[in-house]
Design a binder for this molecule. Sequence first.
Ligand SMILES: [Fe+2]
Ligand SMILES: [Fe+2]
Length: 200
Amino acid sequence: MSKINTINIEKQIFDYLSQRLSPKRYEHSYNVAMLAIDIASNNCANVLKAQTAGLLHDCAKYMSDRGLISLLKDHKNFKYFKEISNVSPRLLHSFAGAIVAKEKFGIKDSDTLNAIRNHTLGRANMSVLERVIFVADSVSLDRKWMHAKRIRNLARTDLDKAFLETLKNKIEDVINDGSWLCPQTVNTWNWYVSNYKKNN
Ligand SMILES: [Fe+2]
Ligand SMILES: [Fe+2]
């Protein structure tokens, strides 16, 4: 991609986000992008892709539940679509975000699109970029929960550990809240604990 194209896409993205997201969500998206660049640069990942995925990860967050389901109706062949639509449609914003990124901004890179798509539920065997965005979303500067700062620092030196801690905290939050835990998140957890143990 040429420099001029990159700058044009960045401007389009900032315009899109500022017109649709709340100021708080806009600031969060910016913070996620900045942290994603930081973590990516410390983990040999592509910083430009990290920036794009970070900025766009919540680009569909403004849509209503009905709007999300409607956008995804032609893409509903992904696992658990029906369950998520029925029980927790807000989770669809990550899947919808990947579609917006592709169709509105012409993002073709599958790693960037997967990082947007999987930032809420994760999946087995995620790429470095996918894990960078997953972690950055949970511990960006605007996140004030107990371990956010520590995991933010940890991600620079041990992305695997930071990812597992982030995922564990997410699952604990859902359970403590008495909410529905998507089977895809359980699959993500099971895949990573077995593989992390094997490698450590
Ligand atoms: Fe999100
Ligand atoms: Fe987010």
